[in-house]
Design a binder for this molecule. Structure first.
Ligand code: MRU
Length: 351
């Protein structure tokens, strides 16, 4: 039985990109239309759209939006192509850690470079490619889900961190894709969701989408995970990824590393679920992954209200951390589950 998820996070509609506004969940579930390239750049940077695969698709849509704007400037074909490639390169810089963003913008750059069409034709090819990437994302996540479901024990309680769900992708999700596929086979499984400070993707988004799909979910704060592991209440951990290095080191939302250490200590399997587009074989280890530093206000405030004195307190706010490969039991991809030695299994999957 296939699990039917109701959520479609982002889609190209004729001349604009329509997406769920993730900044207002769980108070509101509403869609916004993004109609210009700069608007898309800001939507990614300000996390109206977030999650590695979703921002990849958003980046690809952003390139189409820039193309539509440049078309109105009466440029020659070669001026159009050069300016558009510059804009696509700029779109890649809207957030630094999730490599899916660079990957998807690069896919659009390849369309531009390989096209023999006129300006209108290039724009049409970019739209077709954007829609293809959208559809592929859902198919890939279903495959990740099905491979992952094979390692979920009967009746398992699965801990996850941040949101690697339908709302972090076009639909279905990676880590939560594993949950959805496992739940379709065994409706006694359940999820423990870490709150995920500072932006609370776990409490705001993961619990929201699981409740929407009727999958049992329990919210805990970030510091509670080892308490429940020690009590024997967690059977496995599945998280998403923003970038995976060639040796398996994995960048994901800040706090993931802590969960991985706790899982290792308690002998609990720790899985990463991600599409191959999240693997960056150009970097040898996690030391080379750029870590986004975000606004201090995310730490000092909750819902616009200060949670600490605003004078005399230093703040630091890295958005991601890197879990070393030796803490990872397996990397669940659309081509199967990669196991250590990751240098070898990752290299083999890319040949
Ligand atoms: O800062 P965010 O909310 O974009 O971070 C998201 C995560 O860290 C996700 O776990 C990751 O992108 C995987 S999404 C399938």
């Amino acid at each position: 039985m296939e699990f039917k998820s109701k959520i479609k996070t982002i889609e190209w509609v004729d001349t604009y990109s329509k997406m769920v506004d993730q900044t207002v969940i769980p108070y509101e579930y509403k869609f916004v239309n993004i109609t210009s390239g700069d608007e898309m750049f800001n939507a990614i940077r300000n996390m109206i759209v977030r999650g590695a695969p979703a921002i990849g698709i958003a980046g690809a849509h952003g390139v189409i939006l820039y193309a539509q704007e440049l078309e109105k400037q009466n440029l020659s074909r070669s001026e159009f192509v050069n300016k558009l490639i510059e804009k696509a390169e700029y779109m890649k810089t809207s957030r630094p850690t999730a490599v899916n963003l660079m990957w998807a913008c690069q896919k659009q750059i390849e369309v531009i470079k390989n096209s023999n069409a006129d300006i209108k034709g290039i724009i049409e090819e970019l739209k077709q490619n954007g829609i293809k990437l959208e559809n592929e994302d859902i198919e890939i996540n279903k495959k990740i889900g099905d491979y992952g479901a094979e390692v979920v024990p009967e009746g398992a309680t699965i801990l996850t961190h941040c949101n690697a769900g339908a709302l972090a992708t076009v639909g279905y999700g990676t880590a939560l894709g594993v949950v959805r596929s496992a739940y379709a086979k065994d409706n006694t499984i359940q999820v423990f969701a870490d709150e995920t400070r500072p932006r609370q993707q776990g409490s705001r988004i993961t619990t929201f989408e699981l409740a929407m799909d009727g999958i049992p979910v329990t919210l805990i704060t970030d510091g509670m995970c080892s308490y429940f592991m020690k009590k024997g209440m967690i059977d496995m951990v599945v998280v998403g990824a923003d970038r995976i290095a060639a040796n398996g080191d994995t960048a994901n939302k800040i706090g993931t590393y802590t969960v991985a250490i706790a899982a290792k200590y308690h002998n609990i399997p720790f899985y990463v679920a991600a599409p191959l587009s999240t693997i960056d074989i150009s970097i040898k280890s996690g030391d080379e992954i750029p870590i986004e530093e975000r606004s201090h206000e995310e730490v000092t405030h909750i819902n616009g209200k200060p949670v600490c004195p605003l004078k005399g307190v230093n703040v630091i706010n890295p958005g991601f951390d890197v879990t070393p490969h030796e803490l990872i039991t397996g990397i669940i991809t659309e081509k199967g589950i990669l196991r250590p030695d990751y240098n070898k299994s990752i290299r083999e999957i890319f040949v």
